[in-house]
Ligand binder design. Structure first.
Ligand SMILES: *Cc1c(COP(=O)(O)O)cnc(C)c1O
Length: 432
């Protein structure tokens, strides 16, 4: 399989080069030259397959010759080794719980696959890959955890001091091993600016193999297809599922749409957005306009100009009509988000996180128009990750899930750093 840049000014590359580069040299996103078609037999008999078999079948065409089958098998196996239950909430709405991984969010899947891919592709290099990540909280945890203990990769993670939640801070600072946390005396934008500068600094480029763990990387994007197949294994209704995905940078929903193009049966997609609604507007007007992002309770979706949306356009050959036939979008405000958490908890005894609540509200609106259909939301994060919102609206003290209970007894280790690039550079050049 070859990948081309959606800016069309860069050479075709294979999966390994696309993974190592992240973004194409012309700043475009990589896109597969062809979208594979899965055998009908495989889809019809999907219930019989193990998660790893499904993962290998779906990923193999994308990986192509970049790694042997046995390596891919091991990688997929390690990536999806936690449950992905489809849990019914109401008679017509279920939740695909994507939060049973180590950091309680769906990003664990992409991060785990990407880390192992990078390590494999760098195996013949005697220098480790240095992954630099700036995080406002959530992504960093999944990336750091996904790379934990992976040979040949070291992760330096920059987070803004006192600006991430307690759980997030512990997730970033207690890992040790090949993960180093830098606590930056500034905000997220400062962290991001420092990382950006590092990528263009000549001295650093000459000394280190620097890479980012950006969400547009094909090795993070493509494996997100897998859990939509796992959901289909568990789907019991007569009609095909309407799938509502809480969307920010649109990588997750784009993976679902790609899976559908390959043969996964889906009725319709609901791009569920908060007040950041560039795509919702586009689907209503046909005009795409990037916005400045606005803060909301579902903050992992506060994206004004979703990076992956162009990949969705590409899947539909830039046909607005084709896109509209398959995707609807709703923008859900904070008040409705809160109210949805409350009602769903009171009426169905199911606790949504703010991102899942946005999807639930959007799917409910769609199903009011199309009452014969059923669907599920992608429950992208565990409610315990957003205690401020969820505990306030439900009055409920959320029990700490097993997966993170151990965090609270671990020692926090981080390095304080002023918010300037020179400090970061000196640190990177003079370690050990
Ligand atoms: C990252 C994230 C999203 C948005 O996913 P995209 O792939 O960027 O659209 C939604 N919910 C949660 C909890 C997230 O962490």
């Amino acid at each position: 399989m070859k990948y081309f840049s959606l800016n069309h000014q860069a050479p075709f590359v294979d999966f390994s080069v696309a993974t190592i580069q992240g973004q194409a040299p012309d700043k475009g996103l990589y896109f597969p030259e062809t979208i594979p078609s899965l055998p009908k037999d495989f889809i019809d008999n999907i219930k019989q397959y193990h998660k790893t078999e499904i993962g290998v079948t779906v990923m193999q065409p994308y990986v192509g010759n970049a790694m042997p089958l046995s390596v891919l098998e091991k990688m997929v196996d390690e990536t999806v080794n936690f449950p992905f239950p489809l849990v019914s909430i109401t008679p017509s709405i279920a939740a695909l719980e994507l939060f049973h991984g180590p950091t309680l969010a769906f990003k664990d899947v992409g991060a785990r696959f990407m880390s192992r891919s990078l390590a494999y592709f760098n195996r013949l290099n005697n220098k480790p890959v240095t992954v630099l990540v700036a995080t406002s909280g959530d992504t960093g945890g999944a990336v750091a955890n996904g790379f934990l203990g992976v040979d040949g990769v070291e992760v330096i993670i920059l987070f803004p001091k006192n600006k991430v939640s307690k759980v997030q801070e512990l997730q970033l600072t207690t890992l040790g091993s090949n993960i180093t946390a830098l606590e930056i005396e500034g905000n997220f934008d400062d962290c991001q600016a420092m990382v950006k500068e590092a990528f263009i600094d000549k001295d650093l480029k000459d000394t280190l193999t620097l890479t980012s763990a950006n969400s547009i990387n094909v090795a993070r994007w493509l494996p997100q297809q897998l859990y939509y197949f796992f959901a289909y294994q568990q789907w019991q209704q007569q009609t095909l599922p309407v799938i509502a995905v809480p969307s920010g940078n649109f990588g997750n929903i784009c993976a679902a749409i790609l899976a559908h193009q390959s043969g996964l049966p889906v009725q319709h997609f609901i791009a569920s957005c908060n007040a950041n609604k560039a795509v919702t507007n586009y689907l209503h007007t046909g005009i795409y306009q990037a916005q400045h992002s606005v803060p909301t309770y579902s903050n992992a979706m506060d994206v004004g100009n979703p990076g992956n949306f162009i990949r969705i356009l590409e899947i539909f050959d830039h046909s607005f009509q084709a896109l509209k036939n398959k995707i609807s979008s709703y923008s859900i405000d904070d008040a409705t988000t809160i109210q949805t958490i409350q009602t769903v908890y009171q009426e169905y005894n199911y606790l949504l996180d703010p991102h899942g609540a946005v999807a639930f509200a959007a799917l409910s609106q769609y199903l009011m128009q199309f009452p014969d259909h059923d669907g599920y939301i992608a429950a992208t994060a565990h409610p315990v990750k957003f205690p401020e919102v969820v505990e306030k609206t439900t009055g409920l003290q959320i029990p700490i899930p097993e997966a993170i209970r151990g965090l609270f007894t671990k020692e926090k280790i981080s390095i304080n750093m002023p918010a300037n690039f020179e400090a970061l550079k000196e640190f990177l050049l003079n370690r050990k």
